[in-house]
Write a protein that binds this ligand. Structure first.
Ligand code: SF4
Ligand code: SF4
Length: 375
């Protein structure tokens, strides 16, 4: 592990930009912290606090001494790897030929800085979906292969976070090239840096770093421990999965239906939701046809439209699909929960629906396991 004094983070940014990477990091835009291109570290969101709650988000000036005293807002890394709209194919026809004019898949080299542990976990989940199945997605693969992930471990989790109970944070343990923890080292603001890949190690060789002392490492452990202690929301993933599987006809679905507006915000801000639809269009002249892939949501009634109508007609059935998939069937499909505990769906739900509270209802009615019965 290494120490980089905070003033030299700009040198890391300059190094990456000089190597042709587009630098993407947290930026304050319209009062919300979002991931956006940065011309340098001076454009990165620093010394800002965020207040988040069910249906609530506000940013304000933060502590002078801490740069990363916030967690990102609605926008996750998802659109940078799985864009909301992407061209699948373009065909052109004439009287005597038919041409495939789909542009080749290309992706710029991008370095993502300030990525939080839950976001890294979400990216690993997206890898499972887009790279590890029988059909790898070329667009996603190109974007992923050109990406460097420079994580920052959380010191100030939001009130809506529950990554600790999902075991996805607040400290990133894998899936990054470098992971930074903001500490004070020898009385100066600094970052303790962990190397997660050869590419990350190679960057360190170009920076004015020194080896971390035992005291520096202890300071970093303390930052992550304190962050974990500040997290008040939690779920029990195993009980939630059992409760949901057994509660398909639970009366609480009707309560949720009465509150949910089916706006789809939760699925759009969720860093692991991946459903899409296809849209075909033809030029007015009739000689060019395109197929586009667009983000879709299980909250939209057309999502399950087949000949004769939609399968999930009620709001209750759509809400059950969302919660049941994320927290129950996802385990069977991908071997893990579909939630990384980022809390976005809580803060950005206009109805203020808090999935940790809703899941508690299903957890409470989960059938006991054999082990629990013996106790
Ligand atoms: S379900 Fe909610 S808390 Fe979980 S990853 Fe998606 S947006 Fe984050
Ligand atoms: S964000 Fe809230 S209101 Fe909108 S679909 Fe999701 S749960 Fe329903």
């Amino acid at each position: 592990m290494y120490i980089l004094e905070r003033e030299y983070l700009a040198a890391l940014a300059t190094l990456l930009l000089g190597r042709g990477y587009e630098l993407i990091g947290p930026k304050l835009a319209g009062g919300v912290i979002t991931y956006a291109p940065l011309a340098g570290i001076e454009e990165m969101a620093r010394k800002i606090r965020d207040a988040q709650g069910p249906g609530h988000y506000r940013s304000s000036p933060g502590e002078e001494d801490v740069w990363f005293s916030y967690v990102p807002g609605a926008a996750s890394l998802k659109p940078w790897f799985n864009p909301p709209k992407c061209l699948v194919c373009r065909m052109r026809g004439s009287a005597d030929e038919f041409l495939n004019e789909t542009p080749p898949v290309t992706a710029p080299k991008r370095a993502f800085i300030g990525v939080r542990a839950c976001e890294v976990a979400a990216l690993r989940m997206q890898d499972k979906i887009f790279l590890e199945g029988p059909y790898a997605d070329p667009e996603y693969r190109a974007r992923r292969e050109g990406a460097l992930i420079l994580a920052v471990n959380c010191s100030h989790p939001a009130e809506t976070c529950f990554c600790a109970s999902m075991q996805t944070g607040p400290k990133a343990t894998t899936g990054f090239d470098l992971a930074l923890t903001e500490i004070s080292a020898k009385g100066k603001p600094a970052f303790l840096i962990e190397k997660g890949s050869d590419a990350g190690g190679e960057l360190l060789g170009e920076l004015p770093v020194r080896m971390a002392t035992a005291k520096d490492k202890e300071a970093a452990i303390l930052v992550s421990e304190r962050a974990a202690q500040q997290i008040t929301r939690e779920i029990n993933p195993e009980r939630a999965a059992r409760g949901l599987a057994a509660g398909l006809e639970h009366p609480h679905w009707a309560t949720l239906e009465s509150r949910c507006m089916n706006c789809a915000n939760c699925t759009l801000v969720c860093p692991t939701c991946f459903c899409s639809t296809m849209e075909d269009s033809t030029s007015l002249s009739g000689d060019t046809a395109e197929r586009w892939r667009l983000w879709d949501s299980c909250f939209v009634s057309e999502f399950t439209y087949i000949h004769g109508g939609s399968i999930r007609k009620s709001g209750a059935s759509r809400y059950r699909q969302w919660l049941g998939h994320k927290f129950s069937h996802w385990h069977k499909q991908f071997g893990a929960s579909g939630c990384v505990g980022c809390g976005r769906c809580i803060a950005w739900c206009p109805a203020g629906i808090d999935i940790t509270r809703e899941l508690a209802v299903f957890e409470a009615s989960a059938p006991a396991t054999a082990r629990e019965t013996v106790r």
